[in-house]
Structure formats: structure tokens, C-alpha cells
Design a protein around this ligand. Structure first.
Ligand code: ADP
Ligand code: MG
Length: 423
């Protein structure tokens, strides 16, 4: 217990409330869940009055990709209001796992980093939160800084742009602001959707964009949605966004998630078996940021409990913290259900049998797996006893076609789906 208590720092004792601060969220939760009762009674004894306990978490260090000032990388700059942009070390191309879900965006980002202003200008990368947009922007900056050490780059979020622009307007410093943003080779703006509905800022972005573009300077923008879905965005600006390469990032499929998990474990210098990585890839719902959080938590808990990080250790933790009712059912749950429904064992479904009832159950399981997980044919094949991807596609199509005229089958599949996906 001392291991958990020692890092707690006293914050205040006011009005019968003792506040303690834990060094991170993980410890905060741990202490709240397991030790708050004991601590509270101990403190009450010690202080001679009944006290309430509050455990706070030390706020995280400001994450390095949201600096508060204009972040301009320019070795020659003398402006003292400008902080040097140091791209986050974690965010490099070679630490980014490429899969079907992000292939185009990565190719675009690499092309831009190699020859800025040449090929895709602007490059517009969109995808929902936590899928690697900021990571790619930093990777571009890092690559450019190392290949052309004298290059000047602006990297900022659209929110920073908006705030600084408004400050410049109020302080009569618009000329100065424009100089900062226009004397650059590469202009990287993260989360451009933020300026939706902000007319003045959009106007300024429009002029900056045109100025830089006409001089052949590279522009890269990211957003959580495609240009056409950013409402309250000036039509002229929207069409500028669409005039270069528009590349999306989707949620990674299971194989890519597994590779990401392995690489993150590697970076933390933690041994992780393929089995455990695959289990996490299948059972932790959510984006890559959530996956990272799960790994960090597991690693921290294993090290606190001084046990090796195995699947057995991880299972109950994942169940408790990360399994939510909305998560997609995985392969295991799907074959389990089909096996019960058709009274065909999982081994038979995965095995070589060509008996009609086995083949039928197998095809239904394949159909459901593909529909629900969206995994690649190849990956599904590997789960079904190392079958070739063409036989998996065939199984899927078979059910898909049959359902069109077989009402009973249609009903059966629908009810299985409902069983697996109650929401
Ligand atoms: P976004 O800007 O799209 O919200 P981030 O770039 O901040 O997402 O990514 C969230 C986290 O996930 C980061 O730590 C990033 O390194 C990681 N990440 C996302 N996609 C990948 C990937 N394909 N390979 C490795 N790490 C990734
Ligand atoms: Mg981001």
C-alpha cells in the first residue's frame, strides 16, 4: 500500500476537507477506489475530527503539440514573441504505422515533406479525433527541418491562429502578425474546422492562403471532417481546401491496430506477446489515442503489481476499464454465437469439413465477422483456420446473395446481428 500512498502530496486542509494530489490519473483512480476509506478514517483519527477526502490528479504537462504561442520554426527569426517550434519526438514518420486506413494521407504527407510546394498543394488531411493527423503534421515538419535546416515553417492550430489574429487586431499589430505568417516556406494548420463560423478569421486565412499559394509555398491543413462537411465555412475557402489532395484517415482495422499496439509497447520497452496485442486490438474500442491510454495503463499496473504483462493479467483490466456496451463484438464472440445457434463446434467451423451444415455455419460466421468488424479478407481468413482470402470472399458473397431471396435466412442473420449488436 505504501507504494500507492507515498506519491500523494498534500494540497490543502480546509473546512474538514483534506485534498491530496496524485501524480497522475491512474494513481488517482486507484487510490480513490481502494484506499479512500482507510485514508479517510486514518486522517480523521490523526486530525481529531471527521474529515472528507478528495484525491486530485496533478494536471498533465501541457501536451507538446498544443503550444500557446505562434510556433514558427525559423532559425533566422529575431522576433522575440516567437517560440521555436520543436516537433514532438514521438511524432515521426517512422513511428507511424501505415495501413489501409491511412495510406493515402501518409503518402501525401511524405510527398510534401520531400518536395514542399511541388505536388499536393494544399494537402488536406481529415479524419476523426485521435487517428494521427497531428502526428503527421509534426512528421512533415521534422522531416523538413532535418533535410533543410534553414527552412521556416509555421505550425499552429487554427484556434491559435484565431486567437493571435484577434489579439493582433486589438493591439493594432496586424502587419506584424501578417509578416510572421507569410514569410514562411511551409504553413501547417491543425484542426482548421475550428474556424467554422468565425468570419474575420476565415477572411484572414483566405488571404494568407492565397498569398502563400501564389508563391508556391506548401500548405497543409487538417480537419476532423472533409471540406464539404465544414459548415459555416466561406465557399471560396472551402474550394481552396479542395483544390489539392484531400486525403482521409479512417479508424484502423484490427491488423493495423495490432501493429500500432506492438510499436507502442516497443517504444515503452515492454515485452508484449502477439496474442496480447491482438487481444487488445480486438477488445479495446476507440481511436488510437484510447489504445495508447490502455497500453499505458496496463504497463503501469503491471509494474505496480510487479507482475509480467500477460493476457491473463490484462483481461480483467480491459474488461473493467475499456469494455463498454457500445464496443464492437470481436471474432471470438461472433463464432461463439454462431456455434451455439447452429450447434456446430468452433473447431469444425475453422476446420476443413465440407459437410453442408458446417459450411453454412462457417459462411454465416464469415459474413457476420466481415460486416461487424470490417476486417480484411486476409485477416478473417487467418482467423478461420488459415483459409485463403478468396474462399472468405466467396463465403461472404454466398450469404449476401442468398439473403436476397431467402427470407428465413435474412431473418436469422438479422437476429444474430441484433444479438451481437444490441444497440
Ligand atoms: P489527431 O490529431 O488525429 O486527433 P494524433 O495525431 O494526436 O491524432 O494521434 C493520437 C495518438 O495516436 C498520438 O499519440 C499518435 O502518435 C497516435 N497514432 C495515431 N495513429 C497512429 C499510427 N498509425 N501509428 C502510430 N501511432 C499513431
Ligand atoms: Mg490533432
Amino acid at each position: 500500500m505504501a507504494r500507492f500512498i507515498r506519491p500523494l502530496a498534500p494540497v490543502s486542509f480546509d473546512d474538514g476537507v483534506v485534498k491530496l494530489c496524485a501524480p497522475g490519473r491512474f494513481l488517482q483512480e486507484w487510490v480513490r477506489e481502494r484506499f479512500s476509506g482507510i485514508l479517510q478514517s486514518y486522517l480523521s483519527d490523526e486530525l481529531g475530527q471527521s474529515v472528507q477526502l478528495e484525491v486530485l490528479a496533478k494536471p498533465r504537462e501541457k501536451s507538446d503539440h498544443t503550444p500557446t504561442k505562434a510556433v514558427i520554426y525559423s532559425p533566422t527569426t529575431t522576433e522575440n514573441s516567437v517560440t521555436r517550434f520543436v516537433p514532438n519526438d514521438k511524432y515521426q514518420f517512422d513511428k507511424f504505422i501505415v495501413g489501409q486506413s491511412n495510406r493515402l494521407a501518409v503518402a501525401g504527407a511524405k510527398a510534401v515533406a520531400k518536395e514542399p510546394g511541388q505536388k499536393f498543394n494544399p494537402l488536406f488531411i481529415y479524419g476523426s479525433s485521435g487517428l494521427g493527423k497531428t502526428h503527421l503534421l509534426h512528421s512533415i515538419a521534422r522531416e523538413l527541418i532535418s533535410s533543410q535546416p534553414g527552412i521556416s515553417i509555421v505550425y499552429m492550430t487554427a484556434q491559435q491562429f484565431a486567437e493571435e489574429f484577434i489579439n493582433a487586431l486589438q493591439g493594432n499589430k496586424v502587419e506584424h502578425f501578417r509578416r510572421q505568417h507569410r514569410h514562411v516556406e511551409v504553413w501547417l494548420v491543425d484542426d482548421i474546422q475550428f474556424v467554422a463560423g468565425k468570419d474575420k478569421t476565415q477572411e484572414e486565412i483566405f488571404h494568407t492562403f492565397n498569398y502563400l499559394h501564389s508563391l508556391g509555398k506548401q500548405i497543409v491543413l487538417t480537419s476532423d471532417r472533409p471540406p464539404k462537411d465544414i459548415y459555416q465555412m466561406d465557399e471560396r475557402l472551402r474550394s481552396r481546401f479542395e483544390s489539392g489532395l484531400v486525403a482521409d484517415i479512417q479508424m484502423p482495422d484490427t491488423e493495423t491496430r495490432c501493429a500500432i499496439i506492438q510499436s507502442k509497447a516497443n517504444a515503452l520497452q515492454v515485452e508484449m506477446s502477439y496474442d496480447l496485442a491482438m487481444f487488445l486490438a480486438e477488445s479495446v474500442p476507440g481511436n488510437v489515442r484510447v489504445l495508447e491510454g490502455a497500453i499505458t495503463k496496463l504497463v503501469a499496473m503491471a509494474s505496480l503489481e510487479e507482475t509480467p504483462l500477460t493476457k491473463e493479467f490484462a483481461e480483467p483490466i480491459v474488461e473493467q476499464y475499456f469494455h463498454n456496451a457500445f464496443s464492437k463484438p470481436g471474432f471470438g464472440q461472433i463464432v461463439d454465437l454462431v456455434s451455439q445457434q447452429f450447434n456446430i463446434s468452433i473447431d469444425e467451423m475453422k476446420g476443413p469439413s465440407r459437410k453442408a451444415p458446417v459450411v453454412h455455419a462457417r459462411h454465416i460466421a464469415i459474413f457476420l465477422t466481415r460486416r461487424i468488424t470490417g476486417d480484411s479478407w486476409k485477416h478473417i481468413g487467418s482467423q478461420f483456420g488459415d483459409r485463403d482470402h478468396t474462399s472468405i470472399m466467396h463465403g461472404y458473397q454466398k450469404i449476401d446473395e442468398l439473403m436476397h431471396h431467402d427470407k428465413e435466412l435474412l431473418g436469422q442473420v438479422k437476429s444474430l446481428m441484433k444479438n451481437l449488436n444490441p444497440h
